[in-house]
Design a protein around this ligand. Structure first.
Ligand SMILES: *Cc1c(COP(=O)(O)O)cnc(C)c1O
Length: 393
């Protein structure tokens, strides 16, 4: 049998990532591939650094995209800063805090866990007690926007506590970057990683990171070499650093980087504040519609992420059937629950290019119809009316 080229259908992506990719970005990625040491490519890399510095709100020179997905950005932070025998305070209130713990133990360090319930933010009081109890802890690691539950933690407050105890922060901003406020320098975050496919709306596979001067100092004063050759920033910066001749480390994913450059240009054109406001604006309309459908949110309003709407699946509704209906009838993808929340919740993303009125309406229409197919009490009309009222308010 001769296999034919793969022609994916057009979908609307309103899950936990990837989000809808703007046609501008796909077009950018189709431009001619040039060498990764071509002087014009190197110019593009310099611009990329500036664009990322803007997105993260930092002046740090060590700001660049890791050539791999968000998980590799996470690993980059841990393997470069943490050594065997170190203690790291890890906050866990969902899936991704659990992965941070794995990163800590796999470098031979000790993870001191602070657990909060799924759906709750990280509790700063627990963090403060842990910082007092473990004065030698090298880092405090936490997730700013927990994509598994839709909860936002107070990154600024947690960073202040860490600074007061002379402890580094390692911060997951994969879902927050471009969607809600992040101020890396203003808040004094030390090692921060993100992802390309959430609120930046680029294709998956790149992980922007930034390291503060404190983090760079820690890296330069390691006792042991970084165990990962590929993620060792001392080596990677031979290619991404600015004050030196760029030397080959690995072949950069050239066309993927065109895409990220375009995504960051789009963010710069819109402006950070405007992007945060847009996410909130459409979230409020979606929230009104979902609540009119009778769905309730997992997270309290003050900790809710606009870009990740986690709602409880109503009693008597078949989760898989609803998501199948959305995909087949409306070409719409939403996210299922993870871990203990599997079968309990849906995660509706409004990330980046997906955060727009047409998506909100498509989702409410399709979800109302899918629920109505199982129980005629549900109606998309009331949901759309509520969303429209919110848009007009
Ligand atoms: C998506 C996500 C990751 C992992 O990113 P990948 O690109 O899937 O490796 C890490 N942390 C959070 C909070 C995420 O939402």
């Amino acid at each position: 049998m001769k296999i034919q080229p793969f022609l994916p259908p057009k979908r609307t992506l309103m899950g936990p990532g990837p989000s809808d990719v703007s046609p501008r970005i796909l077009e950018a990625m189709a431009r001619p591939t040039i060498g990764h040491l071509d002087p014009l490519f190197v110019q593009m890399m310099d611009e990329m650094k500036q664009l990322l510095q803007y997105a993260f709100q930092t002046q740090s020179e060590l700001t660049m995209p890791v050539s791999a997905p968000g998980s590799a950005g996470m690993e980059t932070c841990f393997v470069n800063l943490i050594e065997a025998g170190d203690q790291v305070i890890v906050c866990s209130n969902g899936v991704f805090g659990g992965r941070m713990k794995e990163n800590v133990t796999r470098v031979g360090a000790e993870a001191i866990m602070i657990e909060d319930e799924w759906g709750q933010p990280v509790d700063p009081n627990k963090v403060e007690s842990a910082l007092k109890k473990y004065p030698n802890a090298k880092a405090l690691a936490f997730v700013h926007a927990e994509t598994s539950t839709g909860a936002r933690s107070d990154a600024k407050a947690l960073a202040q506590l860490a600074q007061a105890h002379h402890t580094l922060t390692i911060v997951d901003t994969v879902t927050s970057l471009g969607g809600i406020e992040i101020d890396v320098d203003g808040w004094g975050l030390d090692a921060v990683y993100s992802g390309s496919q959430k609120c930046l709306s680029c294709t998956p596979g790149l992980s922007p990171i930034t390291f503060s001067e404190r983090a760079q100092h820690t890296l330069q004063n390691r006792k042991s070499p970084v165990q990962s050759w590929f993620l060792d920033l001392n080596l990677v910066m031979g290619y991404w650093g600015s004050n030196q001749k760029r030397s080959y480390h690995h072949t950069a994913p050239i066309n993927a980087l065109y895409g990220l450059h375009e995504a960051l240009c789009i963010l710069q054109e819109e402006g950070l504040q405007a992007a945060w406001q847009r996410h909130n604006h459409h979230h409020q309309a979606l929230r009104a519609g979902l609540e009119a459908l009778g769905l309730s949110f997992v997270v309290a309003p003050e900790y809710r992420l606009p870009q990740l709407n986690a709602v409880k699946i109503p009693d008597g509704i078949d989760d898989a059937k609803v998501r199948q209906h959305l995909l087949e009838q409306a070409g719409l993808e939403i996210g299922a629950g993870l871990g203990p929340m599997a079968g309990q919740i849906w995660r509706i993303g409004l990330m980046g290019h997906s955060a727009q009125e047409a998506n909100v309406k498509l989702c409410l229409q399709a979800l109302g119809d899918a629920l109505g197919a199982q129980n005629p009490d549900f109606s998309s009309t009331v949901a759309l009316t509520a969303a429209n009222a919110q848009y007009e308010s």
